[in-house]
Write a protein that binds this ligand. Structure first.
Ligand code: GRF
Length: 232
């Protein structure tokens, strides 16, 4: 039986779409079905995507997203939660009840460039200001601290000298779309699990070589990213 997955989003929901597409492509092999999309923003594009796919879409007011979140999840008999660009704090009763069953995607290589205030373009601006040459995407289990839970997978993304926050964000987002659905499937399937010692067990879900190619391109002899999946 596929796990009943809730996806929580604040924005456009391109990661939600990547998860939906991946699970649909897996067909009978999928380990989860998205049965609830919830947002703190009534106008979130993610809610429209859900409605288009006939998935229950809930705009959570303050009460629902705080003291009421556990009830909402219980009403929809949720087994697993994926945060996909959800910008609010998850109440402690939910992170405790869903220990090892709630995951997040963050657009940097945590613990660098994470924590309160580090979301969206703020992350990529901080990466560029720090002058690092590699950024990436991190999927992790969620606990009570922002962006600090046990890491499930990290895929690197090169930072180029002429990058803007927008160009870097687009390069990282494309990697998120490839990585996060695979993480969701692996966690739903039980291939990856959070152990009692707080360590993540299971295969490291490393970046497939097909996503990267060594080449000397317009950016010089550097690691050029080859995106093998369509944009969302
Ligand atoms: C992604 O960069 C994700 O890592 C971050 O928020 C963004 C969400 O984008 N947490 P989308 O709503 O999935 O398009």
């Amino acid at each position: 039986m596929p796990k009943r997955l809730a996806v929580l989003c604040s924005g456009g929901g391109s990661n939600l779409q990547a998860i939906l597409d991946h699970l649909a492509a897996l067909g009978d092999a999928r380990a989860a079905d998205v049965v609830l999309v919830a947002s703190d923003r009534e106008m979130a594009g993610a809610l429209l995507r859900a409605t288009r796919e006939s998935i229950p879409a809930v705009a959570m007011d303050r009460a629902v997203r705080t003291t009421g979140m556990a009830d909402l999840l219980a009403q929809h008999r949720i087994d697993l939660i994926a945060l996909a660009g959800y910008l609010r704090f998850i109440p402690n009763d939910v992170t405790e009840a869903f220990r090892g069953r709630i995951v997040n995607i963050h657009p940097s290589l945590l613990p660098a460039f994470g924590g309160p205030g580090m979301y969206g373009h703020h992350v990529h601006e901080a990466v560029l200001a720090a002058g690092v040459r590699v950024s990436g995407a991190t999927a992790h289990f969620v606990d009570a601290a922002y962006d600090r839970g046990p890491v499930i997978a990290q895929w690197p993304v090169p930072v180029f000298a002429d990058d803007t926050a927008d160009t870097l964000a687009a390069r990282v987002l494309a990697v998120e779309h490839a990585m996060y659905p695979a993480v969701v499937q692996a966690v739903a399937q039980g291939d990856i699990a959070l152990g009692g010692n707080g360590r993540v067990h299971g295969p490291p879900l490393t970046c497939p070589p097909s996503h990267f190619a060594l080449s000397g391109d317009a950016h010089g002899a550097s690691l050029a990213l080859t995106i093998t999946r369509g944009a969302h």
